[in-house]
Write a protein that binds this ligand. Structure first.
Ligand code: GRF
Length: 195
């Protein structure tokens, strides 16, 4: 059984999808802890599922590195097999990436390498593209630049705004994430082999 830690900053809808998938007895992974860098609304989900959570409030630390050290300490206590960033709106310090990657994956609401960064949905809309997408990648030291584990195109429709496009992307992200975690858990996807 693959043990998974999930880090969030927002509503955690992707986290909730993973929690619901992990309810099925034949799903080979389970979320053992949820962490957040702020009082995220998504912390309600581990509460609902009786799963522990921790908070490492970014603004309480005087540097990204100090925040990262505490985050690493909290994560290490749970010894997860995999760490999933799902709406964590924070770049991890290199020391944290080095400690966890490639067992450290991220979901992104664009068809990487298109539109990396914190505003992938906004940037796709601004670019006027007819389609964008969703991606699941291994986290490296760059910004959404790691090896791609799964991705799928999502149409941009006339009249879309950031919210409507993002809500169309998220179900695709969730499906990709749930499938990638399952493939990692079964060994079908070997993160050590990914480059
Ligand atoms: C997701 O689209 C994720 O890829 C991006 O932020 C969004 C988080 O949504 N980084 P939620 O918090 O899972 O609802």
């Amino acid at each position: 059984m693959l043990t998974v830690a999930v880090l969030i900053s927002g509503t955690g809808s992707n986290l909730r999808a993973l929690l619901e998938a992990a309810r099925h007895p034949d799903y080979p992974a389970r979320v053992v802890v949820v962490g957040a860098d702020r009082e995220a609304a998504g912390l309600a989900h581990p509460e609902d599922f009786g799963i522990p959570s921790f908070l490492v409030p970014y603004e309480r630390f005087d540097s990204r590195e100090a925040w990262g050290e505490e985050l690493h300490r909290q994560l290490s206590a749970w010894r997860p097999d995999l760490v999933v960033l799902s709406g964590l709106m924070r770049l991890l310090p290199p020391a944290v990436v080095a400690a966890w990657s490639p067992r450290l994956i991220n979901t992104h609401p664009a068809f990487l390498p298109e539109f990396p960064g914190a505003h992938g949905v906004r940037d796709a809309l601004a670019a006027g593209v007819a389609q964008t997408g969703a991606s699941v990648i291994v986290v490296d030291d760059g910004v959404d630049s790691g090896p791609i584990l799964a991705q799928e195109r999502v149409a941009v429709l006339p009249g879309d705004d950031i919210a409507s496009l993002h809500e169309r992307i998220k179900p695709v992200e969730r499906r990709l994430l749930i499938d990638v975690v399952r493939r990692i858990a079964t060994g079908e996807l070997d993160l050590e082999d990914i480059h």
